[in-house]
Design a protein around this ligand. Structure first.
Ligand code: ADP
Ligand code: RBF
Ligand code: MG
Length: 190
């Protein structure tokens, strides 16, 4: 159960992410349990975990970092980006790649008692439409907290909203913001 008391408001040192981060994974967005948007009002893009070498050893919990998504040419959220944008570079922007801050959970959703480990990413951006099947690449830069069971769905939602704020604040620092220039985020293997 979630412990009482205040939570840290920022994660990690100002100098930037520390080992074992960044942890990276990519894949095509798949269907999840169908309750992120319905129960919580917080959609999560689920990624397959089968081929991620580090995932079995990763601590279950809430993480944050940057996400690259390749949106299809028909996607209504595919706004033009300024031509001097470095991340992604112009040729990758033309291929539909965009970068956003993200917060995610890796684990078993103890509130819902899942039996399989999942990796699900909430992207801090308002999308006009789903992007199931899109290629997504993420760079995880820090660990926020363990996953808890909660007394109510409202208290789970409240903690996720705090996770979003903590992530945005943490990523806003220069050494953390710079990590959006990681080529892994626009589909280049590393
Ligand atoms: P599922 O259980 O299938 O994962 P969700 O209710 O969690 O369903 O919704 C997730 C889907 O919503 C994602 O796969 C994606 O296509 C879409 N989506 C829309 N906005 C977002 C967002 N900001 N972050 C993550 N996914 C989003
Ligand atoms: N589920 C839990 O059972 N306990 C948690 O502490 C928890 N924290 C989460 C934090 C974030 C930032 C996100 C995006 C999800 C979290 N979830 C947690 C998962 C949530 O239950 C799940 O996204 C929905 O059930 C949809 O699959
Ligand atoms: Mg989901």
């Amino acid at each position: 159960m979630r412990p009482d008391g205040p939570r840290p408001t920022i994660i990690g040192p100002d100098s930037g992410p520390e080992a074992p981060f960044p942890l990276r994974m990519n894949g095509k967005v798949v269907s999840g349990f169908g309750r992120g948007s319905k129960d919580l009002g917080i959609p999560t893009a689920n990624l397959p975990v089968e081929d991620v070498p580090w995932i079995a050893d990763a601590q279950s919990g809430v993480y944050f970092g940057w996400a690259g998504i390749q949106l299809p040419a028909s996607h209504p959220s595919l706004e033009p980006v300024p031509s001097d944008t470095k991340a992604p570079p112009p040729n990758k922007v033309a291929e539909g790649w965009r970068i956003f801050p993200m917060v995610m959970s890796i684990g078993y959703n103890p509130f819902y008692k899942n039996t399989v480990r999942s990796a699900e990413v909430h992207v801090m951006h308002k999308f006009e439409k789903d992007f199931y099947g899109s290629q997504m690449a993420i760079s995880i830069l820090g660990y926020i907290r363990p996953e808890y069971d909660y007394v109510s769905v409202e208290s789970l939602i409240e903690d996720i909203k705090t996770d979003i704020e903590v992530s945005e604040r943490s990523l806003a620092r220069d050494a953390w913001a710079k990590r959006r220039e990681d080529a892994y985020l626009w589909g280049e293997e590393s």
